[in-house]
Design a binder for this molecule. Sequence first.
Ligand SMILES: [Zn+2]
Ligand SMILES: [Zn+2]
Length: 399
Amino acid sequence: MLGVGGKDLSELLGAIAKFQAREDRPVDLKALRAGIDALEAEFSAEARRVQLGKEHLADGSATLVTWLSRLCGMSATSAADRLCVGTQLESMPRVAGALSSGEIGYQSASLLCHLRDQLGEKRDRFDESEMLELARRHSVATLRFLCRYARHVADPDGFFRDAEADFRRRRLHISPLMGGMHVIDGLLDAEGGAVLRTALEALSKRMGVDDQRTDGQRKADALVELVHHAMDEGRLPKRNGVRPHVTLTTTLEGLKNQLGAPPADLELSLPISTRSLERIACDCSISRVLLADSMVIDVGRATRVVSAPMRRALRVRDKGCRWPGCDRPLSWSSPHHIIAWAKDGPSKLSNLVLLCYYHHRQVHEAGWQVVKAGREFRFIPPDRVMMRRARGPGLRWAA
Ligand SMILES: [Zn+2]
Ligand SMILES: [Zn+2]
C-alpha cells in the first residue's frame, strides 16, 4: 500500500477530494503535493504495465506515448516522461519507496529515472543510494545540475552525443506581426544560450533611477543595442557587396515633420514615427533620390550626416555617452544633434553630443531634452520641458 507520512493512498485521495470541494481550509499543501506525486508514481507504473501488456495496440496506437497522450490529454513529452519513470522505477526500489513515502518529489524521481535511462548500457554505473541521497538533500534545480554532472562522469561520450543532438535542435524565428512588432522564438544549445544571456545581462542593467523599464524590456533593448553595435562597427560580412544596413525612405516633407507628410518607410518593417526618423537621421548615410512620375531620375551619392573628421573630434571630446552615470563606452555611443539635423541643426561639435542607444531614444522618443551649457550638457526630463514650454521662450538649445 502506498503511503505518505504514515497515511495510505485512500486517505490521500480523501485529502485531494476535500481540497477539490474547498473544505477544511487551510489546506496542507505539502501533504497535497506528496499525494499528487505518489499518484504520479502510480500512474507511471500503470502506464508501464499497459506497455508490457501491449494493450495500447488494440486501438491502433503505434506507441504507448501516442495512446497515453490521446487518452489522458497529455503532451507527448509528459506521456514519455511518465513511461520513463514507470520503466526505471521497476529497477530502483529505493527511489520508488522514497517517492511513495513523500521523501522526494516526483520531479526529483523523474530526474533520476531519466539519468538512468540515458546511461543505457552503462547504467551499472548508476549508484541508486548515492543519487537518492542527493535527491533528498538538494532542490530540483540543483539535482538537475548534479544529474548532468553525473552523466558526464559516467558516460562522457554519451554526454557529448546528447549535447550535439541539442545543438542540432537550435533554431531562431523572427516573425513580423500585422502591426509592425516582431516575435522572436528560438531554441539555443547550452553554450549558445549562456553566451547570449551573458551578453544581454551585461547590457540590460538599469540605467539610473529614472530607468523604469521592466526586465523584459531591458533585455529586448539589450538585444537591439547589441545588433546596432555590430552593424555600426562595420565588421559584419558584406552582402551583395555592401555592409549590412537598414534602409529608411522618406520625403523631404517627412524629414522636416511637416503637417500631412507621410511616415518614413523602414526596410523589412512597417512605417516608423517622425521622432524615430529624427533619431536615425542623427547618425546615418543619406542618399538623395529624385523621382518624376514615380520614376527614379537621379540618385545622389551617399554621404554621412556626421563626417568622419567631425566624428573623430566628437569621440575625442565626449569619450562615450555623455548622459550622467552612463557606462556605455565610445564604441557603444553615436552622435546626437541637439538641434535636429532634419531641422537644419548643423553637424558641428557645438550641436553634437555622443549618446548610447538607450539614452538617444530617451531624448527623441521619451521627450528628454539636451541643453549645452558651456562644456557641459544638461538633460532635462519631459515634465520640466513641458513646464518650460508653458512658461514660454527661455530654453536655449545650443551654445
Ligand atoms: Zn539624436
Ligand atoms: Zn547612455
